[in-house]
Design a protein around this ligand. Structure first.
Ligand code: AMP
Length: 179
């Protein structure tokens, strides 16, 4: 039986759990743990990405700490490429590139090993969710510091009422689900 993306997306969307007022009042947290906790939904999600990226040249998956690691490593396995980790500051043992970005309150730093990608590599940056785009934009900056290029930013969930997609332009964004 062939893989039907429309059916898969509907099933995946039904698996997202919406938690009101987490981690603070007014925020609707979109919880992907029911998806990764279900073998069928996890596979469907990875297969949606796989369907898209088997048709492209992909040299590496750049996975964002922490939920991006889950989807990123499964996708890399499916495509037969490696994973480069974008981690919060202080976690990576070797020499890193660093990028700061602003959050609603304060700022954050992410890092990637200087040799995680090769110059000329085409990388797909992946996370569970795109909100303001600050995290993904920082990851893209790290990719460029290595001399690799960002093929696309891929997320399971895109919050379309926030300007994440605009912030990432001219990079393309691919999202499985839109809210
Ligand atoms: P941003 O940098 O604003 O695009 O935020 C993206 C990061 O924050 C992702 O790593 C998400 O896991 C997390 N995040 C932001 N907003 C939400 C939300 N409403 N529900 C779940 N995760 C979120």
């Amino acid at each position: 039986m062939s893989f039907n993306i429309t059916d898969a997306v509907a099933e995946i969307k039904a698996g997202v759990r919406v938690i009101p007022d987490f981690p603070k009042p007014g925020i609707q947290f979109l919880d992907i743990t029911p998806i990764i906790g279900c073998g069928h939904l996890f596979r469907q999600t990875v297969d949606v990405f796989k369907e898209r990226y088997t048709q492209q040249k992909v040299d590496a998956i750049v996975a964002i700490d922490a939920r991006g690691f889950i989807f990123g490593s499964a996708l890399a396995y499916a495509l037969g490429c490696g994973v480069a980790l974008v981690r919060k500051a202080g976690k990576l043992p070797h020499v890193t590139y660093k990028t700061d970005y602003t959050l609603e309150y304060g700022s954050n730093t992410v890092e990637m090993h200087i040799d995680a990608l090769k110059p000329g590599d085409r990388a797909i940056v992946i996370d569970d969710l795109l909100a303001t785009g600050g995290t993904a934009a920082a990851a893209c900056k790290l990719v460029e510091q290595t001399g690799a290029t960002v093929g696309e930013v891929a997320v399971v969930i895109e919050l379309t009422f926030l300007p994440g997609r605009e912030k990432l332009a001219p990079y393309e964004v691919y999202s499985v689900l839109k809210y």
